[in-house]
Every structure is written in structure tokens, then in C-alpha cells.
Design a protein around this ligand. Sequence first.
Ligand SMILES: [Zn+2]
Length: 182
Amino acid sequence: MHIDNEIRRIVQEMLETMYAHRGLGLAAPQVAIPYQLFVMNPTGDANQREQERVLINPVLDGHKGTIEAEEGCLSFPDLFQKVRRSKHVHVQAYDPLGKLIDENASDLVARILQHETDHLHGILFIDKFGPIARLASRDDLAHFERDFRKAQEHGDLGSDKVLMRDLQLLETKQQPRRPPPA
Ligand SMILES: [Zn+2]
């Protein structure tokens, strides 16, 4: 991917959207941007910008251990369920300056990395639900699936107009309470 001013502008808008909704992460496809990138901040706190990360073309490997914890997603407001993830992962990616990121991560940071990388491959956290979480959420899931299908029918992914519309859609959604979604 050519990293240019447009990408940096999109990244800033994504970060603002993430903080506005008290999320811990936001992936480009969630706001109809067809790029392999996501933003994250494990504190979810706009005053702790030093914890902020932007990962472009991320590749995860070295998955080790498993841990189950409650998880949410800005694309599914107010839906929280336990999801099983790897406890440790290794990530390689590029930052917006084109610098290589090569790190090992654990626990919450590893969870966010897995959740957001999944978004880039069209995998949603609801796809990771076990049978109990799926049963407990079936009404919510039916509702979200209808919305998701409608959104898919709009087409034109990636134009500024679509981005702004999707950001506005996100703006109008209710603030999730806790824990912060990703
Ligand atoms: Zn998500």
C-alpha cells in the first residue's frame, strides 16, 4: 500500500471516531474503507495518545495459549460476549510513516490485535462466539445481520461520501457502556 496524505487523513478520522465511541480499536472496513489498516489504543483514552497505534498491512503469527474474556465491537453496539482468543501473538505491520512494526503482544493488546486483524479479513467477533454466547445473543444477531446486509447493498465502498455517511451512522449509535469495544 502506498502510504500517503490521504491515508494519514483517514487514520486521523478513524482515531477520532474510535475515541468518540470509547472503543479500543477500529478497522478500516468498519467505516467502509477498503484498506488493510486499523487503529487502536488499549487505554481507549484520547488523553493517552502515546498508547495509540496505527497498523497497516498487519500479519499475525506465533499464536500461543488461549484466554476467554468479554469482548465488544463498535459495529455491534451494546453486544458483549465472551470470546476465546490466543493469549500471545506476534505482529508485523507498517506504521503511517512506513516504519516496520515487529512486536510480541499479550492479553488485552493481543486480543485487540486479533479482533482488528479479523475485521480486515471479513471475520467478525460474532463469528468467534461459542454455542452459549450465540444462543444468548440470537435476537441481537438477527437484528444486526439485517442492518449489515442493508449496509452491504449500498456498495461504493471507500468513497469519501460513504466514509462520512458511515461515520455519521456510527455517531448516532448509542454509547456502549462497558467494557469498551474494539
Ligand atoms: Zn470490531
